[in-house]
Design a protein around this ligand. Structure first.
Ligand code: EPU
Length: 337
């Protein structure tokens, strides 16, 4: 194990914010992870996965542990389905490609989402009608309390929209070391009703798409709207789409009949924050090197050398104006450190 000091984290967070770690170690085995957790290098520790859902606003005065555990293992398999255990440090999109190449169905709609497998359950990543919870079986963790290993099944994870137990009552209490997925080998349950996917397949006159064709559609749609973190620092959706009740919705819908919305239950409606932010005039806005993406107002971007504090300041301006204009509060999805 190689422990580094005052290490820049610029290449370890997709926002490309140049903050540093007091101590930094990249971990490739569970035994090394346990050893480092028992060490007294620094009283504080900070767990770093793919760095794709966080905004650094300050240097981290702690031992930063980069979870770099790799490997994919078949747990069980029959003619129709397969269960795979994937180590936390595997890159999410590389895993999606592995599944498509092996014709394992279930996560093709989640193509091109930045980040690692181990952090995917924390916010129950989701896109184009599919969420991680749809294919999730369980995850293995290490308790930071007593270093014991604990397995969480799907129910125990309490998944919700961009939410799980790991963002609430167990926040910061466990390190996810691997995730086990249930995927299909035949009779794939394809989710192709999302407007832009449907349109792509119709244009190509594809009626019964392969996993690869669905993935290609998702990649094309994402590339047309979402910036590539390698070219322009960002953390995907900076805000969650707000959920409002039926009374608030009726008023909103009367005032803005053209606004898009998704009915999620009899009394709850989700409104795209990107639409609200665009209407409030922020789409494409740039203040210094902090900006609102030109093609998707839900995404805040780093044009080069912005700081986390500047991004936070821009996000607050947006939240205040959207609240003023629509009476709706939008909350950050990204973890602000
Ligand atoms: N819209 C605008 N202006 C914008 C952005 C969006 O008017 O600048 C409108 C669109 O025209 C559309 C609606 O808002 O009518 C929804 O837009 P889109 O389909 O792009 O999806 P979203 O609600 O903005 C969510 C997820 C994305 C995910 C897409 C597709 C959240 C917070 N975001 O975005 O997730 O890829 O749906 O399923 O739920 C991420 O989490 O990082 C992420 C990118």
């Amino acid at each position: 194990m190689h422990i580094e000091e005052h290490k820049s984290l610029k290449t370890y967070n997709t926002f490309s914010i140049d903050c540093s770690a007091r101590y930094f170690v990249s971990i490739q085995s569970i035994s090394d992870l346990k050893e480092v957790l028992q060490s007294s290098i620094h009283p504080e520790i900070f767990i770093l996965g793919g760095g794709s859902n966080m905004l650094l606003t300050q240097d981290i005065d702690a031992l930063v542990i980069h979870i770099n555990l790799k490997g994919i293992e078949i747990i069980s398999e029959d003619k129709d389905s397969i269960s795979l255990k994937v180590m936390a440090g595997e890159n999410w999109h590389d895993f999606v490609e592995y599944c498509i190449n092996h014709n394992y169905g279930g996560i093709e709609n989640l193509s091109l989402i930045p980040g690692n497998v181990g952090t995917a359950p924390i916010q129950n990543i989701g896109a184009y009608g599919v969420e991680l919870k749809d294919v999730f079986n369980s995850c293995s963790t290490i308790s930071l309390n007593n270093l014991s290993e604990k397995e969480f099944n799907k129910e125990e994870c309490k998944f919700g929209y961009r939410n799980s137990i790991f963002k609430n009552e167990e926040k910061g209490a466990f390190i996810i070391t691997s995730v086990t997925f249930n995927l299909t080998k035949t009779n794939h349950n394809k989710s192709i009703s999302y407007g832009a996917i449907k349109e792509y397949l119709n244009n190509l006159q594809i009626e019964n798409p392969t996993l690869k064709e669905i993935s290609d559609a998702v990649i094309l749609i994402r590339k047309s709207k979402l910036p590539d973190p390698k070219e322009l620092g960002n953390s995907g959706s900076f805000f969650k789409n707000p959920i409002i009740n039926d009374i608030e919705f009726n008023q909103f819908h009367n005032n803005y009949p053209e606004a898009p919305y998704y009915k999620i239950s009899n009394s709850e409606y989700k409104i795209p924050a990107g639409w609200l932010i665009e209407q409030s005039g922020f789409k494409g806005m740039r203040i210094g090197d902090a900006g609102v993406h030109k093609k998707q107002a839900l995404v805040l971007v780093n044009y080069g050398n912005t700081t986390g504090k500047e991004i936070v300041s821009l996000s607050k301006k947006i939240q205040t104006k959207v609240k003023e204009d629509f009476g709706i509060s939008i909350l950050a999805e990204v973890n602000i450190i």
